[in-house]
Write a protein that binds this ligand. Structure first.
Ligand SMILES: O=C(O)CCC(=O)/C=C/C=C(\O)C(=O)O
Ligand SMILES: [Fe+2]
Length: 319
């Protein structure tokens, strides 16, 4: 059955920063095109590969990837607070399928997702309960990271399952590209931050707002050239998107975590979701990229990209 793909950056600053009008218009334009692509395709099921930012997954127990059988959002950065319409039966079968193909997929019967998973659903569907979804967490912030090759294999195993479904599946990859927002790192975290990184202690509204304000303030300083965080790396981003567009996914297998962080920032590991999504699509055959957008947007602390793709030669549009 048909498979289509949307990969897109997310940003906690989407509602809290004002890039130059021309940049905001270009992003809105790209979002408009991707919405049109998805509306034409009219998926019956979404498989969403998304990272988390210590709102649902913590160092107490940090899997490289995990399928949610049930999921609720935490409502961070003004995103929707709701229970997702998880296709539990499909999620269970997906986990069993990939585990049967030697991928040690973790599962959660009570997954929490944050803006990383929620924003694409909001942008594409106007809300997070609009479509049946299978959420797949992919660790993109917490060292150590599994190899990029393994992420590709996981994505391919998911894609192998998906192509056997009697559904119109949209795979989403959320996050990336080059960026280095102020997500605490265990090695340099203070005791209070380590407590936060370790385990879920439900933050008060006040604590959550303070946590968010720290990121919003950092973005303002970054856009003014005053923040002590890594620059965006448009050439790294374009080279990565070139590889995805070329179909040579195996060339991404060799990306090394330390080099990724050094060249593109600590949160560049979120591109793992894109790699999983493209490999899932590629399991259905050679694909073609339909649309590609990229802008380095310091106000969002993000090399901000959007790509859409579908299996080549297969008419995914019902009209
Ligand atoms: O609250 C914290 O300390 C974590 C900060 C955070 O959530 C930052 C998120 C950044 C992104 O999602 C991103 O730029 O991809
Ligand atoms: Fe993120």
């Amino acid at each position: 059955m048909p498979v289509a793909l949307v990969c897109m950056s997310h940003s906690p600053l989407l509602r809290f920063a004002e890039p130059p009008a021309e940049v905001r218009a270009a992003v809105d334009d790209a979002f408009g095109r991707v919405r049109e692509f998805v509306a034409d395709y009219d998926p019956t099921l979404v498989v969403s590969f998304a990272p988390d930012h210590y709102n649902g997954f913590f160092y107490e127990l940090m899997p490289p990837f995990c399928v949610g059988y049930e999921a609720e959002s935490v409502g961070d950065y003004g995103t929707q607070l709701a229970t997702l319409d998880v296709a539990t039966d499909v999620a269970e079968r997906l986990a069993a399928h990939v585990m049967g193909h030697d991928i040690d997929m973790a599962i959660s019967r009570r997954m929490r997702v944050d803006h990383g998973a929620v924003q694409p659903l909001e942008v594409l569907f106007g809300g997070i309960t609009a479509k049946r979804v299978v959420p797949v967490f992919v660790n993109g912030v917490a060292r150590p990271f599994t190899s990029m090759r393994r992420i590709g294999q996981m994505g391919a195993a998911v894609g192998d399952f998906v192509r056997g479904l009697d559904e119109r599946v949209l795979v989403i990859g959320s996050g990336g590209l080059s960026h280095d927002p102020p997500v605490p790192q265990w090695a340099t975290a203070n005791p209070a931050q380590r407590e936060m990184l370790l385990s879920l202690t439900e933050p008060t509204n006040e604590a959550r707002r303070a946590r968010e304000q720290r990121v919003i303030d950092a973005a303002k300083r970054f856009a003014a050239g005053e923040a002590d965080i890594m620059d965006l790396n448009p050439s790294w981003d374009e080279a990565f998107m070139d590889l995805l567009a070329s179909g040579q996914l195996e060339k991404i297998d060799g990306y090394q975590p330390a080099e990724m962080a050094a060249e593109a920032g600590n949160s560049a590991h979120e591109v793992r979701t894109w790699v999983a999504a493209f490999n899932a699509l590629a399991a259905s055959g050679p694909y073609e990229v339909i649309d590609r957008f990229y802008r380095p947007i310091p106000e969002f602390i993000a090399g901000f990209g959007v790509m859409t793709a579908r299996v080549a030669g297969v008419e995914t549009c019902p009209r």
